[in-house]
Ligand binder design. Structure first.
Ligand SMILES: [Zn+2]
Length: 91
């Protein structure tokens, strides 16, 4: 069982969170009509073993989107950061 420490709400069970996918995907700009670039960004995913950045939303709490650095093998969580704070250039 995963325990995720939300920066706003504290440590909670993962059942309060919804998985949002790979946090490392870089989407093309909205004015980019290159179908291959969109295909790669939307459908092609890696299946990493080890440390990985993932998006999770705290749907049972503050509803904040979070970037969770987690080991996909051991489920150890290394860091939890607000995606909004990261997008604004913070840590
Ligand atoms: Zn929260």
């Amino acid at each position: 069982m995963l325990r995720i420490t939300c920066p706003h709400c504290g440590e909670r069970d993962h059942a309060e969170f919804a998985y949002g996918g790979d946090a490392t995907i870089k989407y093309p700009s909205l004015d980019n009509a290159d179908q291959e670039a969109w295909f790669q960004a939307v459908f092609i995913r890696k299946n990493p073993r080890g440390k990985h950045s993932e998006l999770w939303q705290h749907v049972g709490g503050c509803r904040e989107w979070l970037v969770v650095e987690r080991d996909t093998l051991t489920h150890e969580i290394f860091s939890v950061t607000s995606a909004r704070v990261l997008a604004e250039g913070g840590q």
